[in-house]
Write a protein that binds this ligand. Structure first.
Ligand code: AMP
Length: 365
């Protein structure tokens, strides 16, 4: 694949629409179905108009690429209830703050396409309703025709802001993040005009922002939220996990473990008060941090451990058992200075922020 990489991407972008599936078939002989790669919004529009005339439904999965099973699960869900699945691959610059990792965010277009073609073949084999037919891979100029807006909090640009939601939790550490997300979603939804859009529970605050975007701006689409896909040891899948390296990757299981500990307090011990739910998880994190530091030289900073109301993300002192709540965590794995041989590909000298959450369901009775 590598030899073809530059040429394939250039063709895909320059010709606006290529049969990428055909290209992949040349190598792996796995593809039986066309996936069109379109760059320009007007080309997506044209396809969309035809589909509407033919009364074909479109499910849309927005991504930043570096696809993993979490993304593919969204595409599978979209294929289960739509005729056609559109996937966007666009690393959106405006959701990155000025000092964040935009430049080094993983970009793996070729292998993303291979995964989508393989998934499409499995959809065909299982006689699933829909197919992945279109990848929307715009450039920054295509999405931001008047020029890329500022990543400064007070910078200029055409923005969608959803507050106070966007200032809470993730927004406290990443003040321009949800402005960038809401803005790009508005643009992508306007271009694709999907019947349904698919988002992962993994980024729970993002799902709340997107639902509010759709409600407040009367967008004619339905938001679906799918469960978090996890590695066998329960770490939530994420495109950024590749940067962890072996020792931080092993230590990262404290993220889902701490959530489970808090969840148990609610589910098994009937606790409803904030401190009673969160304290055991805090103690676990504290103890684990000491151990990870002395035994493996791994250290982290806890950004937040939150117990919040699901529809507003406002912090709770007490869970209403009729409503349930959302437990969420953000933890920054700090850079490591001594690079081991088995960690050379991971760039462990940079920090990696991990997020995760679980829903505390309503407790009947
Ligand atoms: P991203 O490419 O990180 O912007 O993610 C694109 C979509 O995939 C978002 O809706 C994410 O919430 C979703 N997603 C990312 N990781 C996971 C996961 N582990 N499980 C389910 N969905 C995920």
């Amino acid at each position: 694949m590598n030899a073809l990489r530059g040429k394939a991407v250039i063709n895909a972008l320059a010709n606006r629409s290529i049969d990428y599936g055909n290209l992949v078939r040349t190598f792996s002989k796995i593809s039986r179905r066309k996936i069109h790669v379109l760059r320009r919004p007007q080309d997506i529009r044209k396809v969309r108009h035809t589909l509407r005339d033919d009364k074909r439904t479109v499910g849309f999965v927005p991504t930043m690429g570096a696809l993993h099973e979490g993304h593919l699960a969204l595409a599978r869900a979209a294929a289960a209830e739509n005729d056609e699945v559109f996937i966007s691959i666009f690393v959106n610059p405006t959701q990155f703050g000025v000092s964040e990792d935009l430049g080094s965010y993983p970009r793996t277009f070729d292998s993303d396409m291979v995964k989508l073609v393989e998934l499409n073949d499995s959809l065909i084999a299982t006689k699933n309703m829909g197919r992945i037919t279109t990848v929307f891979a715009p450039t920054t100029k295509d999405i931001y025709p008047s020029g890329r807006p500022s990543s400064e909090i007070n910078g200029d640009g055409s923005f969608i802001t959803i507050t106070p939601l966007s200032r809470l939790l993730e927004g406290r550490t990443r003040p321009v993040f949800f402005r960038g997300v809401a803005t790009v979603c508005m643009k992508l939804f306007n271009v694709v005009q999907p019947d349904r859009v698919y988002f992962g529970q993994k980024d729970v605050q993002q799902t709340v922002v997107v639902k509010q975007l759709v409600t407040d701006f009367h967008l004619d689409t339905t938001v679906r939220v799918l469960p978090t896909e996890r590695e066998p040891d329960n770490l939530a899948m994420s495109s950024r996990n590749v940067f962890l390296g072996a020792r931080r990757r092993a230590a990262a299981t404290v993220v889902p473990q701490s959530l489970r500990i808090a969840e148990q307090e609610y589910l098994m011990h009937d606790r409803l008060k904030r401190d009673e739910i969160l304290d055991p998880a805090q103690v676990f994190l504290h103890e684990s941090r000491k151990q990870a530091s002395t035994e493996h030289g791994v250290d982290w900073e806890l950004d937040y451990l939150s117990l919040a109301q699901l529809d507003t993300m406002n912090e709770l002192d007490h869970v209403d058992p009729q409503k349930g709540a959302i437990l969420s965590i953000a933890l920054k794995m700090l850079p490591m200075l001594d690079v081991r041989e088995d960690e050379e590909t991971a760039d462990i000298t940079r920090s990696v922020r991990l997020i995760d959450n679980i829903i505390l369901p309503p407790r009947p009775g």
